[in-house]
Every structure is written in structure tokens, then in C-alpha cells.
Design a binder for this molecule. Structure first.
Ligand code: FES
Ligand SMILES: [Fe+2]
Length: 474
């Protein structure tokens, strides 16, 4: 089949059905300005070279250029509230002890002993410590990284006059998260995110949420391929057919902001334009995935004659979340309550700040296998007014396990994530088997993929930055 030309300029074609903005405009509780804006830009139609997903050399270049220069989310601030609380953040070969120090500030120490290199704390651990002591010969540092003790110091006269502080990465806090960056020359985090995206992040007030469920699983594909599986709703109809009757998939909206942030808005409570006429408003409610609300006792409402499913669902969510979280959501728009707002923060973070399915995804490449990704999904809830909450510990799933097996996971949502995993097996293997050297992208629906890969290219074109004690701050 030949693809026909319509005469429309590249990037301007849209699904002819109702747009995301038209759907939102009909809601009773109107959306704020930042939700109503569109920010698409055509970035070309060339294929994306497959080598970036299949070659170990490309992953190596990323470790020297991209991961060492970008801001990465480590944990929530409330995971290390007190002096001595630490969280070990691992990214590829690098590892950091992110610790709350005596003066309340947070430091990110390179997780390696200055004697003979031993990791001071095991990877993927968290806990509390009064100092940082190496398990091998007992060299010890204070929480702020200053040297505390070298056993048998008489034998290290040659270190006289050297401070021997632990080298540190940069740390910032924003939206309740702790972030690190290895590059002393990188822009600060706010500049990195850009003004527009920062305004969105401010509006979502994620500092007022906490993580109540955290699940990790290894995915069988390159980290970029894995991330890109979540950047578009184009795949919903074929990959998640059970969702399409209640999801505006092919009329989702895609926006790009500067170089490090992009988003989509995918409406819920409306039928996919591909299925128009096949489902009634009552069917939409029947096919709605309740997400977090199922664990809070949410129930599908009855629809009265003439009512719009989307409005009834929004009202149901508003009432239920107000009761369950003891909060006032009367000013929150129907769209923020219902719809999937998905933001990518380069390089490896997704924020889904909407209220009915509020999530965080984090993707980290496996240091030893460029075809594997450590994927984490975290679910957020508003912090209760009494301030009592507990951040969830991570549940690690084995490869053969379904996401639905995680304790506290909505089974319907677990199934959606399993469907995505199955595609990734096939996609990584297919790319390696393919005689076609590039991936072809839709101009509009896959703009987030192109935008993301363009930023990858920007970092790959830079000189390597490999952290060495001489080129870091003390
Ligand atoms: S390697 Fe750490 S004290 Fe010897
Ligand atoms: Fe998916």
C-alpha cells in the first residue's frame, strides 16, 4: 500500500475527530490555562537509526556523555527526612550515597572508598548511619563527606596535607524529589527544565503527595526503547484493546517544551475515535479502569439518561478522592481528575500527575546489558492532613511475574503493563533481526519519541564527561 499525500504541510495532520482540547472544553469544571495550551512543533520525518538501541557502543557513549551530564531523580525528600538517612542511587556503573547531613542539607557522595575503591554502601539500599565507614579496612567519613578516620594512620604519612573528602555530585530538591547531576558545568535544575515545564510542575504540587506503592521489574529491551513504549497512545488500540472503549487514544494531544520535557494528554471517559458508534456512554463506564480509586473503594457509577459518561466519572472521582484523602477538590478541573497527563523529564523520568492515576515511572539502563532496563512504577497519593503516611518500600518482581502480582496493584493496570512488556521483547529482537536500518515515526503522535531522541543526540555529540576527583567540586 502506498501512503497517500494529503497536501497538508508536514506535522499539521490531526485525527479528524474531536480534539483533546475540544473534549476538555466541554467539561463542567474547566481546565487551567497550562492544561489548555498546545505546544507541538514539527521536527522532521527522518528515520531514527536503530543502532542506538542495538549497539553496546552506543550505551557506552551514553554512560560517558548523557548520564554524567543530566539531572536525575533519586528519591523523595521524605524518604531521607532525618540526619543520617541515606538512599543509594545507582545509574549504570555509577553509584551515589544520597544522605541527609547534620545541618539538614543533602549530599550525594560517590559511593566508593578513597582507599582501594570498595563500595561504601551496597547498591539499591537505604538506611540510616552516623558516618560512612568502609567495610574493607575501616576508613570512615562524616556524613558531609569530610574524612573522619583512617585506621593505622601512621602508615599513610604520604597523605599529609590532603583532605581526602568524598567527592560529590550536585544535589537539588524540587517538587518533593531529590535530584542529582554529576556535571559541575550543567545548568541548575530549573533552567534545565525550562520555564514553561516548570510552571506545570509547580501547578501539580507534587510535594504534597507521597509514594504509597513502588514496584520494580527488569524489562527485556534497551532503556530508550522501553521509555518510548510509554510516549504515545497510538499503540492503545492494538496493545491494550480493553482500554480503547474509554480512552481518546488517537486524538491524544502531544506537546514538547524546550529540550528536556515533553508531554501528552490522553482523555479518559470518552470512546476512542476508532470505535465511534460501537459503544454507548454506558459502555464507556463499563470499560473504565478505576486505577487507584479501586483500592480506595471507588465504584463505577450508574448513568442516567442524557448524562455524559466523562462527566459522571469526573464527579465520582471528585467525591471519592475528597472523602478518601480528606481534601477539597472542588476547584480541580475534570481533566486533571480524569485524564492521563504524562510528562517525560529527560533522561529517564515520567510524571503522571493526574489525580485518578498518579504515577512516576523511572527507567535505568542495566550497566552490564544494553538490552535490559530497570523499570520502576511508583503510585502517589495526596499526603493526609494529619501528616501521617509511610513511603512504600520497593517490591521487586522477577521476570516471569505479572505486574498484577505486586501487592496493592490494581489488576487491570497490572495487565496493561504486562501487555507493554510483551511488545518490548518482540521489538528489541525484531530490531536486531531487521534489514531496515531505522525506525519510522508518525509526525504527530510520535513527536515525543523524536523530541527525546533529538536530546539524546545532543548529549552524544558532546565531549565525554567522566567524573574524576580533580574535575569535581570538593
Ligand atoms: S578499601 Fe576501603 S578501607 Fe580499604
Ligand atoms: Fe502501553
Amino acid at each position: 500500500m502506498n501512503v497517500e499525500r494529503s497536501g497538508i504541510r508536514p506535522g499539521e495532520a490531526r485525527h479528524p475527530d474531536e480534539s483533546t482540547q475540544e473534549i476538555i472544553a466541554r467539561d463542567r469544571n474547566g481546565a487551567p490555562a497550562w492544561a489548555r495550551e498546545v505546544s507541538y512543533e514539527y521536527l522532521g520525518s527522518e528515520d531514527i537509526d536503530k543502532a542506538r538501541y542495538t549497539e553496546a557502543a552506543f550505551a557506552d557513549a551514553e554512560f560517558k556523555r548523557l548520564w554524567t551530564r543530566t539531572w536525575q531523580m533519586v528519591c523523595r525528600e521524605d524518604q531521607i527526612p532525618d540526619t543520617g538517612n541515606y538512599y543509594v542511587y545507582d545509574i549504570g556503573p555509577y553509584s551515589f550515597i544520597v544522605v541527609r547531613t547534620d545541618d539538614g542539607s543533602i549530599c550525594a557522595h560517590y559511593n566508593a572508598c578513597l582507599h582501594r575503591g570498595t563500595k561504601l554502601k551496597p547498591s539499591a539500599t537505604e538506611g540510616s548511619a552516623i558516618d560512612l565507614k568502609c567495610p574493607f579496612h575501616g576508613w570512615t567519613w562524616n556524613l558531609d563527606g569530610s574524612l573522619k578516620d583512617i585506621p593505622e594512620r601512621w602508615d599513610f604519612q604520604h597523605l599529609a596535607g590532603r583532605k581526602m573528602c568524598l567527592p560529590q555530585a550536585r544535589v537539588e530538591t524540587l517538587a518533593g524529589f531529590v535530584w542529582v547531576n554529576m556535571d559541575p558545568a550543567a545548568p541548575d535544575l530549573k533552567t534545565y527544565l525550562g520555564k514553561k515545564a516548570l510552571a506545570h510542575l509547580d501547578a501539580w504540587k507534587l510535594e504534597n503527595r507521597y509514594i504509597y506503592l513502588h514496584v520494580q521489574k527488569s524489562y527485556p529491551a534497551n532503556w530508550k526503547l522501553t521509555m518510548e513504549a510509554f510516549m504515545e497512545a497510538y499503540h492503545v488500540g492494538d496493545t491494550h484493546p480493553q482500554v480503547a472503549p474509554a480512552n481518546g487514544d488517537v486524538n491524544s494531544q502531544y506537546d514538547i517544551y524546550d529540550e528536556h520535557v515533553n508531554r501528552f494528554i490522553s482523555t479518559l471517559g470518552v470512546v476512542s475515535p476508532k470505535l465511534k458508534g460501537k459503544y454507548t456512554e454506558a459502555d464507556i463506564i463499563e470499560n473504565f479502569t478505576l486505577g487507584d480509586s479501586s483500592s480506595l473503594g471507588g465504584k463505577k457509577p450508574e448513568l442516567k439518561a442524557g448524562e455524559r459518561a466523562r462527566q459522571v466519572m469526573a464527579d465520582m472521582f471528585r467525591n471519592m478522592f475528597e472523602t478518601a484523602t480528606n481534601s477539597d477538590l472542588s476547584a480541580v478541573s475534570d481533566s486533571e481528575l480524569l485524564d492521563t497527563y504524562s510528562y517525560t523529564v529527560f533522561p529517564n523520568l515520567f510524571l503522571f500527575p493526574g489525580i485518578s492515576l498518579p504515577m512516576i515511572y523511572r527507567f535505568r539502563p542495566d550497566a552490564r546489558d544494553h538490552r535490559r532496563t530497570i523499570y520502576e512504577v511508583m503510585f502517589m497519593r495526596p499526603k493526609p492532613r494529619n501528616g501521617e503516611f509511610e513511603t512504600a518500600e520497593v517490591q521487586k518482581l522477577a521476570d516471569h511475574q505479572s505486574f498484577a502480582e505486586a501487592e496493592g496493584m490494581d489488576p487491570g493496570f497490572g495487565k496493561i503493563l504486562d501487555q507493554d512488556t510483551d511488545n518490548l521483547y518482540a521489538q528489541q529482537e525484531g530490531l536486531e533481526a531487521s534489514a531496515k536500518m531505522g525506525l519510522t515515526l508518525a509526525d504527530y503522535q510520535e513527536i515525543r519519541v523524536r523530541h527525546f531522541e533529538r536530546t539524546v543526540d545532543k548529549y552524544i555529540a558532546m565531549e565525554p564527561f567522566v567524573p574524576r576527583i580533580e574535575n569535581l567540586q570538593p
